[in-house]
Each structure stands twice: as structure tokens, then as C-alpha cells.
Design a protein around this ligand. Structure first.
Ligand SMILES: CC/C=C\CCC/C=C/C(=O)SCCNC(=O)CCNC(=O)[C@H](O)C(C)(C)COP(=O)(O)OP(=O)(O)OC[C@H]1O[C@@H](n2cnc3c(N)ncnc32)[C@H](O)[C@@H]1OP(=O)(O)O
Length: 302
């Protein structure tokens, strides 16, 4: 309880400067919005929230084209949407999915980690930490409906969820591929993966930077279910109904029991983790690797 309140205060303090100038997207009522009782879609430029109040569920669609890279602004908007839903007693569950065809999320925004000043890296890393903490410890049931490729930070975001449904498309790979970029997944990325698939599988996956296609992702346990692409949303909905049928207080306390030790590790080492990130990302060799990787992505088109 104290942790939850502390985190809220912290988020508010952290978000204030970033949130300036954010526009709230004009509301619209749609079929997924539980149009019957008039509740409208809401959100922000990069996050569309489709509420279904009757079910107590909101579908949160990431729409930061072209690839839902997790930029500072996008992370801020995601956090604001999460906080809004958590504070609204109507909602007990969120389905996190993508509005960008074929991409769940391309992970952390490489342009936030290249050629910037150290102060920017500090601000960016705080936002990444905060997003992980808030999603990982959310009292809501959070289900990822993974309808696209999901490397690195995209995979991490899905790993904060309580359940992952992946569309069965061989292009939709998922994993922590940081080593392929010449960077290292921080300890809390690693811990989240260990908690999901175990130590040995994580050791292999992280060292090799493995991006698992659906069947492999299911076999190793990175995702809980693989379904045909057109059934991802409906499957996420029926899984949500099962989770919401459990007495909420018991489920929430159990989630906290399972996840708090992992979250506490980052909470106690937060500043040190920021320093480690900034020192690492500022290295010439790391900047060169990231620039080369971004260049390779751009040249792929030509
Ligand atoms: C001590 C700790 C230190 C460090 C820890 C850091 C941890 C880092 C975690 C991360 O998440 S790093 C990011 C890892 N992400 C990736 O490796 C994915 C890279 N992207 C891709 O593989 C592909 O873009 C794709 C997601 C498979 C989509 O392919 P598609 O062909 O559909 O699009 P395209 O490649 O042409 O990209 C379009 C456009 O978007 C830009 N882009 C792609 N990914 C990112 C990204 N992560 N950040 C910023 N920008 C990205 C790409 O360059 C193109 O830009 P352009 O249109 O200007 O050319």
C-alpha cells in the first residue's frame, strides 16, 4: 500500500515536466468503447484507450508509428493512461496491444540513446524505469495481445503483463536481443525474463540475443499462448474474463507477493542503475554500435 502511494507520488513528480503540452485525443465512441452506455474512447496522441465499462476492461492501443518505439513522450503518455485507468474504479483489467500493423513495439527508441547529452539519458532512463515499475506492479490485470514483432524493450513491456497472447505469424519474433546491438540488458530486464522463463533459458536467450518465433516463444515460455492472428484480441478478452473471475484482492496481493522482491531490487538501486546506464551509453564504442545499428535499419530500405 505504502509502496503504491509512494510510486504514485513519484510518478506525478517525474511526469510533470514531460507531460507539459500533451494533448488529449478527442473522444469518440466506438464498438469497442462499450458504446451502449456512452463511454468514449480517450487517450492521447500516441495511446488510444478503448473502454468497455460493462466488462471492467480497457483496450490500450499503442500508436506511435512507424514502429511504436518507446520514446520519452510515448512512455509518458503510456504512464498517464495507465494511471488514469488505475484511478478509475470502473476498470479491473487492461489489454495492451498495438495499433501499428505488424509491430507490437520495436523497443526503446534508439534515437533517445544516441548523440544526446547525459542529462537527456538520465531523464529517458527514469522514464524507462518508471514504466517498468508501474506496469510490473499494476494492481490491474494486464494482458498483452501481441500483434506484431516485439524485440528488446517491446518484449520487456509484454513481460510486465500478467499473460501474453502472441499472433501466430513467423515474422512476429519476440525476445531480448540487446547483445545484437552491442548493448547489455540491465539486471531488471534480465530478472523479469528469469521470472518468466527461468535462469538457464534466460542465460542462453540473453547472451545470444535470441528473437523467438511464435512456436519457440511458446515452447520456452516467453508467451503463454499462440493463436491465429485474427483471434488475438478475442483470446485476450476470454483470458481476461478468467482472470477477472478471481477475487480481486486475493489476486492483487498474490501478484505483489510474486513481483515485489524483483521490483524492490530496482527501487533500492534506482539511482545507481541510472548512473550505470548513462556511463554505459556515453561510451564511444556503445554510441558507435548504436549509430551503426540505426544506419543498418535505415539502409535496409534502400
Ligand atoms: C547498462 C544498460 C545499457 C543499455 C540498455 C539498453 C536496453 C535497450 C533496449 C532496447 O529496446 S534497444 C532497441 C532494440 N530494438 C530493435 O532492435 C528493433 C529495431 N528495429 C527493427 O528491427 C525493425 O525496425 C522492426 C521493428 C522489425 C520493423 O521493421 P520494418 O521493416 O517494419 O521497419 P523499419 O526497420 O524500416 O523501421 C521504420 C523506421 O523506424 C526506425 N526504427 C526502427 N526501430 C527503431 C527503434 N527501436 N528506435 C528508433 N527508431 C527505430 C527505423 O530506423 C526506420 O526509420 P526511418 O523511416 O527513418 O528509416
Amino acid at each position: 500500500m505504502a509502496l503504491a502511494v509512494g510510486m504514485r507520488v513519484l510518478t506525478r513528480a517525474l511526469l510533470r515536466p514531460w507531460a507539459r503540452g500533451l494533448r488529449v485525443a478527442p473522444g469518440r465512441t466506438g464498438p469497442a468503447a462499450g458504446g451502449g452506455d456512452g463511454m468514449r474512447c480517450f487517450g492521447s496522441p500516441r495511446v488510444l484507450v478503448e473502454p468497455d465499462p460493462a466488462a471492467g476492461v480497457a483496450v490500450v492501443k499503442m500508436r506511435n508509428p512507424p514502429v511504436n518505439s518507446l520514446s520519452l513522450e510515448f512512455l509518458t503518455e503510456l504512464l498517464i493512461s495507465l494511471e488514469k485507468l488505475e484511478n478509475d474504479k470502473t476498470f479491473h483489467g487492461i489489454i495492451l496491444t498495438s495499433d501499428c500493423p505488424g509491430i507490437f513495439s520495436a523497443g526503446l527508441d534508439l534515437t533517445e540513446m544516441c548523440g544526446r547529452k547525459p542529462e537527456h539519458y538520465v531523464e529517458y532512463w527514469k522514464a524507462v524505469q518508471e514504466t517498468w515499475l508501474r506496469f510490473y506492479l499494476s494492481n490491474l490485470v494486464v494482458i498483452a495481445a501481441i500483434n506484431g514483432v516485439s524485440p528488446a524493450g517491446g518484449c520487456l513491456l509484454s513481460l510486465t503483463c500478467d499473460y501474453r497472447v502472441l499472433a501466430n505469424n513467423p515474422k512476429y519474433t519476440i525476445g531480448l536481443n540487446e547483445t545484437l546491438l552491442g548493448i547489455v540488458a540491465p539486471f531488471w530486464f534480465k530478472d523479469t525474463m528469469v521470472n518468466t522463463i527461468g535462469h538457464r533459458a534466460t542465460e542462453r536467450a540473453l547472451q545470444l540475443g535470441l528473437l523467438f518465433p511464435p512456436a519457440e516463444a511458446l515452447r520456452v515460455g516467453v508467451v503463454d499462448q499462440v493463436v491465429p492472428e485474427d483471434q488475438v484480441q478475442s483470446t485476450a478478452r476470454s483470458v481476461m474474463a478468467q482472470w477477472l473471475a478471481i477475487p480481486d484482492h486475493a489476486r492483487q496481493l498474490t501478484k505483489t507477493l510474486m513481483r515485489k522482491p524483483t521490483a524492490d531490487r530496482l527501487l533500492t538501486e534506482r539511482d545507481a542503475d541510472i548512473q550505470t546506464f548513462v556511463r554505459f551509453i556515453c561510451r564511444d564504442s556503445v554510441q558507435k554500435s548504436l549509430h551503426a545499428y540505426l544506419e543498418k535499419l535505415k539502409q535496409k530500405k534502400g
